[in-house]
Design a protein around this ligand. Structure first.
Ligand code: DAH
Length: 340
């Protein structure tokens, strides 16, 4: 028996070493380890042995199987290696050379936040409207009921172009464009860049982004504005955040308001971020002024509407704990990589 086994191992070793292809390996595996193999038939002979000899011989059979499996494994490995070496010689390519790692791009934090804002409003049934960065005085001021002598029209605040156009100072221009072209019911938001002649500082930048919202329909009231703001705040900052509006003035809304949310840093108890007030300013809002409806040919007796404008940088800074707005425009890769 033992002699038979030694013979078998010897033969297997010699034959497996001659294998040239994966197919040879498969055949040899069947031949030496398969159902019809000699080894398998030896297992059936176990029964004819004395019970006390069985364990020792069984163990020998197992060892032989493990050895043959080892021969097969090693030969297969060396065949693969040879094939690989041949291939790289033929193509002249060194397959062992490390690859080039391609850097993946990521979205800018402002883009991430803008998309989140868009998703939140789209889920509420809003559509996205687009406007122009270069505008005229009619869409940026006149149609928004802004008097000729309003300070925002000043050269010190607004970038005027030589051709009589200007860089829009607010996304409210899109309210005008939408109301010129569409009849109520209207429910849009419009995110985009705005430009003002401001010196860059931790909370100002001459280029910044707003998202404008406009809803016009029959029976729209201030409570619709309050509800929309609260829903938006809870989606963006979590269910615990509260919101409020405070009286303010804008030429194109009556009444006008400023919108606040409870401080997302301290929860409203007062901290450095909210300057101990417990509240954070989010932007301007109000009910569309009937004068604006009149300028744009919408029946102010039949329709009412609310509008608001939020600062996107402000939201990004709060969500990502960015202490200085300028960081958002420097494109320092160490900052940007944190978002990819
Ligand atoms: N456009 C205003 C600004 O840039 C913000 C604003 C206030 C937008 C009231 C509105 C609004 O839609 O109703 O300061």
């Amino acid at each position: 028996m033992q002699a038979k086994l030694d013979e078998l191992i010897k033969a297997a070793r010699a034959e497996i070493a001659q294998a040239h292809s994966p197919n040879d390996i498969l055949n040899l595996k069947a031949q030496y380890l398969g159902k019809k193999s000699v080894l398998n038939s030896l297992y059936s002979e176990l029964r004819s042995l004395n019970p006390e000899d069985r364990p020792a011989f069984g163990q020998k059979l197992n060892d032989a199987r493990i050895q043959i499996e080892g021969f097969l494994f090693e030969q297969e490995k060396s065949l693969k290696l040879k094939a690989w070496e041949q291939k790289s010689q033929v193509s002249g390519i060194d397959l062992s050379m490390p690859g080039i790692i391609r850097q993946r791009g990521g979205l800018h934090p402002l883009t991430i936040i803008q998309r989140e804002i868009e998703d939140t409003f789209m889920a509420m049934g809003f559509e996205i409207a687009e406007g122009f960065d270069i505008e005229d005085e009619f869409h940026n001021f006149d149609a928004l009921n802004t008097p000729e002598d309003h300070p925002s029209r000043n050269l010190a605040d607004t970038f005027y172009l030589d051709n009589g156009f200007l860089l829009r100072t607010q996304t409210s221009t899109v309210q005008v464009r939408v109301m010129e072209s569409y009849k109520p019911p209207i429910r849009i938001i419009s995110p985009g860049r705005c430009y003002r002649n401001d010196k860059p500082d931790p909370s100002h930048s001459p280029v910044f982004s707003q998202v404008e919202a406009l809803v016009v329909d029959e029976g729209i009231s201030l409570s619709d504005l309050v509800d929309t703001l609260q829903h938006f705040a809870s989606i963006m900052f979590g269910g615990k955040v509260r919101s409020r509006i405070r009286p303010h003035f804008f030429p194109f809304t009556e009444p006008s308001a400023e919108m606040d949310i409870s401080c997302v840093n301290c929860g409203g108890t007062g901290c450095r971020v909210c300057k101990n007030s417990g509240w954070l300013e989010m932007g301007g809002a109000g009910m569309v002024d009937p004068n604006v409806f009149q300028i744009l040919g919408i029946d102010a007796e039949k329709y009412s509407g609310f509008a608001f404008g939020l600062g996107i940088e402000r939201i990004a800074m709060l969500k990502y704990h960015i202490p200085d707005m300028r960081i958002l425009f420097e494109n320092d890769l160490r900052m940007l990589r944190q978002f990819s």
